[in-house]
Design a protein around this ligand. Structure first.
Ligand code: NIG
Ligand code: FE
Length: 381
């Protein structure tokens, strides 16, 4: 992370055309329209590379049970958890899904998130997964910057209880091709929740390979509640990312570093689930991984729309430096989504610039709990 004091930044047609010390501004732009940053720090906008944005209902009732001592796993075993949100999502209209998601996007935007990844996975049948995709298509048509991931293998739906194998086969052979056929070009990624009691590495591999044949690059829910080898699988398949990774193995880290898989860490989830198993970010950085951070925004394990909380947990619990955590929420997050024009302020980047009225960006973490809102740079051309 480089800093330029008393800087100027030139924007042309929505992209950064020049950046440097104000005194060095080339004469070509001497008469350009000027926006006074007022002494603020200009940074790239946040990119959130793992969210479950579109869903119906909420899980505050379940949360209250957790506060009374019932575990997330126990609630899931009783048919609640993800399946509770599946019921609410199946019952919602596309318009209701879009309206709720748009409120969330506005909140994220006001807090500095300029681009995000968003998954299906609360339909778990062909029609409800399709309606989640309809909602994402509508949001994109309204101008929201999203990368969509197909996640019909987020859980085993009640209709397939005890038969993950049959469900995984159906997703791989029928649903993924049908969803891609119905929404050509909408989804860029495929995801599977690899976890004990959900999908095995073998079932995941089958679904990911079917997705790859359709152009869906793997992003893996990996090693979240226990070690399952999800990071190793992401590396084997040439995936874009392995996400969560609280229980990632040393060989999984090495494999990710060797193959350029981005480990995406979700400390908001560790916090909200009341766990102490913070992902081993330092070991991953030392292994040579380009670690990214994300919110995992979802109604069950992390109903958090605040990128600053994630940044703070990155520093305070994952023991990343400020520079590492900020880079993880910008440059590394954008790269994991194949968005080379986002997450940095080099010449050519999209001018998604945040202005922070602070003496030093470190204050975003230091004044922990401070509700800093960035200003956006409004340029007309
Ligand atoms: O990323 N791990 C699976 N999925 C979500 C939880 C979703 C939910 O509880 O609704 C996660 O933590
Ligand atoms: Fe998730």
């Amino acid at each position: 992370m480089d800093r330029i004091e008393d800087a100027a930044l030139v924007v042309e047609e929505g992209r950064i055309a020049w950046m440097g010390r104000r005194a060095d501004l080339p004469v070509a732009w001497a008469d350009a329209e000027r926006v006074d940053g007022g002494g603020a720090w200009a940074t790239p906008g946040f990119v959130d590379p793992h969210t479950h944005l579109v869903f119906g209902g909420d899980r505050s009732g379940e949360f209250n049970r957790r506060l009374h001592g019932v575990s997330y796993a126990q609630i899931a075993a009783e048919g609640g958890g993800i399946r509770e949100t599946v019921r609410a999502t199946r019952a919602a209209t596309v318009a209701e899904l879009v309206e709720a998601a748009e409120g969330r996007l506005e909140e994220l935007r006001s807090r500095g998130v300029v681009h995000l990844e968003a998954k299906t996975g609360y339909g778990l049948d062909l029609e409800a997964e399709s309606r989640q995709l309809e909602a994402y298509a509508a949001l994109k048509a309204k101008g929201w910057n999203l990368d969509v991931t197909l996640l019909p293998a987020h859980d085993i739906p009640t209709e397939f209880a005890g038969d993950a194998e049959r469900y995984a086969a159906l997703v791989a052979t029928e649903w993924l091709p049908e969803l891609v056929r119905r929404f050509p070009g909408l989804a860029r990624y495929g995801d599977v929740f690899i976890e004990k009691g959900v999908f095995t590495v073998e079932q995941g591999r089958r679904i990911f390979l079917a997705g790859k044949a359709l152009g869906l690059t793997p992003r893996v829910h990996a090693d979240e509640l226990s070690w399952t080898g999800g990071a190793e699988l992401a590396a084997e398949l040439g995936g874009a990312s392995a996400d969560h990774l609280m229980f990632c193995s040393d060989s999984g880290m090495k494999a990710m570093a060797a193959t350029g898989v981005t480990p995406i860490l979700l400390p908001g989830t560790t916090l909200f689930l009341g766990m102490r198993d913070w992902a081993p970010a330092r070991k991953m950085i030392e292994a040579g991984c380009a670690v990214a951070l994300a919110s995992d925004f979802n109604p069950g394990s992390c109903p958090c729309l605040d990128p600053l909380l994630i940044l703070r947990l990155g520093c305070l619990q994952l023991r990343m430096t400020f520079e590492e955590a900020f880079t993880a929420m910008t440059l590394h997050a954008a790269r994991s989504l194949g968005q080379p024009d986002l997450g940095h302020l080099q010449v050519g980047a999209r001018a998604e610039v945040l202005l922070w009225d602070l003496k030093d960006p470190l204050e975003l973490v230091y004044w922990v709990g401070g509700s800093f809102l960035p200003r956006r740079m409004n340029v007309t051309s």
